[in-house]
Design a protein around this ligand. Structure first.
Ligand code: AQP
Length: 327
């Protein structure tokens, strides 16, 4: 079986952008690939964080991912820091990655603006750690949202550099893109993000979800209820495509363009479709929150399995780079 690797940061509430852009896709792959999914806590500390919240966020991230379909019996789901080889391989990659390559990453530029007071080396080095995450398992495919494509391209570049310098070791992993495009936040402008207050969380109370949707930005050119709308410019419509097929949305598309429905009418339909889709996930989350030992054991079991792979690959890397004598 070909291997897949992807990760998610325990930086806050998992939102519908994470779900539509990544987790839903991950769940659909678990029977066809050897899937390794990782809660990347070392990535999460590259921005401001509260140490007292870290463990509960890791646990909540695990619970939501399992509830979304990452069945621990059919895929690996573990915590990055439980396999120390991730940071060890990062150091080796640091020594073959030009600083300029990291400085031109869009995410680094965006996050540097967002966290002006804390532009640390880890934030710059984020893609090298991500490359180590993926290559430590010699993964063939990386299912990620569009915002991460540039980092996977850099991972391929790092793999090529390593292979050229030290001999063929790593495959060049390819992106497995999701069906849904990048989901914008409720402001309709920036990417929906955990660390910006512009998201709809998967497990938020129903009334709060409705309130967020009710006040979300739509097609800004549509000033009055009687103006025709343009779904191509409407973030609510894009989010809706994550929960219903384009064919099923044809009537809404037409009614919106003809001003037969208003934005709030459309938001109500989206709310109903979204809540129906999320209901089984939300119910499973409630069950898993009552069964934390099961989740912890699943994380530990996966970490043991992943560590076995990681130790072997690191051994090969140490030998090829001359860090340990070749047997
Ligand atoms: N808005 C989005 N639309 C589509 N996909 C998204 N992803 C994140 N936001 C969107 C995908 O979710 C996966 C996990 O993301 P992450 O937690 O590792 O980091 P991120 O991309 O930085 O997500 P956030 O929510 O924006 O977190 P913060 O605010 O902490 O930085 C990735 O595959 C990503 O593509």
């Amino acid at each position: 079986m070909k291997r897949i690797f992807s990760g998610i940061q325990p930086t806050g509430e998992i939102h519908i952008g994470n779900y539509l852009g990544a987790i839903q896709n991950w769940a659909s792959l678990i029977d066809d690939y050897d899937c390794i999914y990782c809660i990347v806590d070392y990535h999460a500390i590259t921005i401001d964080f509260d140490p007292g919240m870290m463990q509960s966020r890791i646990m909540e991230t695990a619970i939501i991912n399992i509830a979304c379909g990452l069945d621990p019996d059919r895929c690996s789901l573990f915590v990055q820091s439980h396999v120390p080889e991730h940071t060890e391989l990062t150091w080796i990659f640091n020594c073959i990655t030009p600083i300029g390559e990291l400085e031109r990453m869009t995410q680094f530029k965006d996050k540097s603006k967002q966290h002006r007071h804390n532009i640390n080396i880890g934030l710059l080095d984020y893609p090298a750690l991500q490359a180590a995450d993926i290559l430590l398992y010699k993964a063939h495919f990386v299912p990620v949202g569009e915002d991460q494509f540039q980092h996977v391209e850099l991972t391929r570049e790092i793999a090529r550099k390593f292979n050229r310098r030290f001999g063929e070791t790593f495959p060049e992993p390819q992106v497995l893109p999701p069906d849904t495009p990048r989901i914008l936040g409720l402001d309709g402008k920036k990417k929906m993000s955990k660390s910006m207050n512009n998201y709809v969380g998967l497990t938020e109370p129903e009334d709060e979800i409705w309130e967020k949707l009710r006040t979300a930005v739509t097609d800004e050119a549509r000033k009055r209820r009687t103006d025709p709308g343009n779904p191509d410019r409407c973030n609510i419509f894009t989010i809706h495509t994550g929960f219903k097929s384009r064919e099923d949305l044809e009537a809404i598309d037409r009614d919106c363009r003809e001003a037969a429905i208003g934005c709030v009418d459309h938001k109500r339909i989206l709310y109903d479709d979204m809540m129906a889709h999320l209901a089984p996930i939300r119910s499973r989350v409630r069950e898993l929150r009552e069964n934390v030992d099961y989740v912890k054991e699943a994380l530990e079991k996966s970490a043991r399995r992943c560590r076995e792979i990681a130790v072997e690959v690191m051994d090969e890397v140490r030998a090829k780079t001359g860090i340990r004598p070749v047997n």
